[in-house]
Design a protein around this ligand. Structure first.
Ligand SMILES: Nc1ncnc2c1ncn2[C@@H]1O[C@H](COP(=O)(O)OP(=O)(O)OP(=O)(O)O)[C@@H](O)[C@H]1O
Length: 361
């Protein structure tokens, strides 16, 4: 199936540097792609080029198979047939909800029917005659979504559309928005700097850094197979042990790790997430037996334990094991209240498949 949105080799120079540096991606009908990355990495500029409110220095934008921007062509934003939803989703204050939603439509029976359908869809039946100031933030957001969807855009561009909402409302609105977009079969490109939002919304995440896409994958894959240490760290706190490769292996307090493809002497980081650390009590100086999956357990001493709402964070100082990894700090999260006293000795293990070995930069 032809992608609804396709961009190839987009480049944009601003302030003497390329803030968008050779970006390519495509989004199919019914798919939500999240452009995720830290502030200033070029997400909004990419979106603005696709919308037609900014112009690329090179590259091609295709919507529904048609070129809308390349070296010679630049279709005006209003002729591109894309829906836009930005951070300040400002509704027209002097128009009521129904008039806001109908704004981009030709007046008539079909428009009335579409407005009624959308009011139903965003769960605002009976709100048509209200004015924006009579609505909560979440309700205004849903009107903005309905307004953007009214002309049945095949592609929807969203830039941090939920950032004005408070936390609890945000989750609810995100889910509701997703349902509506899926029902409409819209191809969505959503810009966000929040990994949680991307994990929650995306069929595919395009992780951006310094104007480039460093990894494109489904949320599960990007979380469980990050392309480098920074990509791993973007989604959660990480633990990092340092090692040196010898014979395609590297030694850690948790035994040897495979480091295939690295030359002897390469300095590597062994990266794993705190929620993938297993903790066991010390039984007379002994811990659990090593297994193929969990590797070799290693002993650590609790330095600090904190309860942070849903879970507890426990920090361990690792013991010296045959000269390996002495003094490394490892954090484990436990999904409950678990607050061992500082100085408590415990055994830590990590599932092999949850560890990533990256070259040190
Ligand atoms: N008109 C401009 N002149 C010079 N530099 C610019 C201009 N517009 C944007 N930039 C720079 O381009 C980079 C990318 O900006 P952009 O808004 O695309 O980033 P972003 O990833 O969307 O960030 P944020 O999440 O903060 O909006 C930033 O470093 C910004 O300072």
């Amino acid at each position: 199936m032809q992608p609804r949105l396709q961009i190839d080799g987009l480049v944009r120079f601003l302030g003497g540097r390329s803030v968008v540096d050779d970006i390519s991606l495509s989004v199919a009908a019914g798919q939500v792609t999240c452009l995720l990355g830290p502030s200033g990495c070029g997400k909004s500029t990419t979106l603005r080029i696709i919308a037609g409110v900014d112009r690329q220095d090179s590259g091609v934008v295709r919507l529904n198979g048609q070129i809308v921007a390349d070296d010679t062509r630049h279709l005006a934003p209003e002729t591109r047939g894309v829906g836009l939803m930005f951070q300040d989703f400002a509704l027209f204050p002097h128009l009521d909800v129904a008039e806001n939603i109908a704004f981009g439509l030709k007046r008539g029976k079909a428009a009335d029917a579409r407005v009624a359908e959308l009011l139903e869809r965003v769960d605002l039946r009976g709100y048509g005659r209200k004015h924006p100031h009579e609505l909560s933030g979440g309700e205004q957001q849903r009107v903005a979504l309905a307004r953007a969807l009214a002309p049945r855009p095949k592609v929807m561009l969203m830039d941090e559309p939920f950032s004005g909402l408070d936390n609890r409302l945000r989750d609810e609105i995100r889910d509701a928005t997703l349902t509506v977009l899926r029902d409409e079969g819209t191809a969505v490109l959503l810009v966000t700097h929040e990994p949680d939002e991307a994990m929650r919304m995306a069929s595919e995440i395009a992780l951006m850094r310094d104007g480039r896409i460093v990894q494109r994958a489904a949320p599960y894959n990007i979380y469980n197979a990050p392309v480098d240490r920074k990509a791993a760290a973007f989604f959660s706190d990480i633990n990092c042990l340092e090692g040196v490769v010898r014979g395609a292996l590297t030694e850690t307090p948790f035994g040897q790790f495979l480091a295939p493809g690295y030359e002897d002497g390469t300095a590597v980081d062994i990266v794993f997430r705190p929620q993938h650390v297993r903790i066991d009590f010390d039984r007379g100086g002994r811990g659990p037996a090593p297994t193929a999956e969990e590797g070799t357990p290693a002993r650590g001493t609790v330095e600090r334990a904190r309860f942070i709402g849903k879970e507890s964070l426990v920090e361990f100082r690792m013991e010296n094991v045959d000269g390996r990894g002495a003094g490394a700090l490892v954090t484990a999260t436990v999904p409950a209240v678990f607050l061992p006293k500082p100085g408590t000795v415990m055994w830590l293990s990590i599932r092999r498949e949850r560890c990533f070995v990256f070259p040190q930069k």
